[in-house]
Design a protein around this ligand. Structure first.
Ligand SMILES: *[C@@H]1O[C@H](CO)[C@@H](O)[C@H](O)[C@H]1NC(C)=O
Ligand SMILES: *[C@@H]1O[C@H](CO)[C@@H](O)[C@H](O)[C@H]1NC(C)=O
Length: 285
């Protein structure tokens, strides 16, 4: 009898504590955010129990003064919130009822990149999850400038672009989309943004050169159309041939018209000659 009671007690304890248990789930993969835009940092409770009565705390890992958002006693308590996050965080209280403690972060900055922890505490249980936020800042469209020719007729080009984060990849591509290797490469970091400058020398066969600057999820591209000397002399020749052909056609038409008039004249003369001949011939008959 004692043994049965004891077993029941244990079973009761186990089921009781299981009812209190939940798991907090963040994001396995990094969350990508774009500088200037908004992002949702995911945090879900499984099973999807109501967490309205619980404490929800978002903070940054490996960073002092790291409180990002605090919800406690049914209200947002952001008096100790880090200055960098002032007025930029929002916890949807309706979603809390469905076990969703995802945080909306507005006007993302490069500074926001890093690890965040979502900590959810009930009276008898607590769990947390980590969210890794990666930020991308899209810079200015690349600008290609022509830096002159070298003695062998190669064209020196320079491509520049600024305002990127993280460090972007710059590549030159020919008209077939084949990557061309840069001659010189330069990267500068200005506070949290990168600027890049690459140069290349192109020879006559490539007539369209693209300069592409890219991050993992964004890219910008500029195109320059170069015409080599040989190509332009070919073009001049083609234009000359075309003009010559058009002139020939016009000349042909004019000659034909004149010739027809001339032929009419000849015919008139001819007929007059014939007439004359007839006239002169008639008395002979
Ligand atoms: C959780 O809430 C956020 C808004 O705070 C919403 O964007 C997201 O879709 C919700 N997630 C789920 C799984 O409902
Ligand atoms: C966070 O994500 C980035 C990729 O965007 C990765 O390089 C970095 O190692 C991740 N950090 C952690 C702690 O997982």
């Amino acid at each position: 009898m004692k043994f049965i009671c004891f077993t029941l007690l244990i079973i009761c304890r186990i089921t009781d504590s299981r009812a209190e248990q939940y798991e907090v789930v963040g994001a396995v993969d990094p969350v990508f955010a774009v500088a200037g835009e908004d992002v949702i940092l995911p945090c879900l409770v499984e099973p999807n129990i109501n967490v309205v009565d619980m404490r929800v705390e978002w903070f940054r890992l490996n960073l002092e003064d790291s409180q990002v958002h605090l919800y406690d006693d049914h209200v947002d308590k952001n008096t100790d919130q880090s200055q960098s996050y002032r007025k930029r965080t929002k916890l949807n209280h309706q979603e809390l009822q469905r076990g969703n403690a995802s945080l909306k972060l507005s006007s993302v900055q490069v500074f926001d990149e890093g690890l965040y922890k979502c900590f959810i505490q009930s009276k008898s249980w607590s769990d947390d999850a980590t969210v890794n936020v990666s930020v991308e800042a899209v810079g200015r469209p690349p600008v290609i400038t022509v830096d002159g020719f070298d003695h062998s007729g190669g064209l020196h080009l320079q491509c520049e672009s600024e305002g990127w984060y993280p460090e972007p990849v710059l590549e030159w591509l020919n008209s077939e989309g084949v990557s061309l290797s840069s001659e010189t490469t330069e990267t500068h970091r200005n506070s949290d943004r990168f600027s890049v400058k690459h140069t290349i020398t192109v020879h006559h066969r490539d007539d369209k050169i693209h300069c592409r600057v890219k991050l993992r999820h964004h890219e910008l591209e500029t195109l320059i159309i170069t015409t080599s000397k040989r190509f332009s002399s070919w073009r001049t020749l083609i234009i000359l041939i075309s003009v010559f052909a058009v002139l020939s056609v016009i000349a042909g038409i004019l000659i034909a018209v004149f010739a027809q008039k001339y032929r009419v004249l000849v015919l008139v003369n001819g007929s007059s000659i014939v007439f004359d001949v007839r006239r002169t011939a008639t008395p002979q008959l």
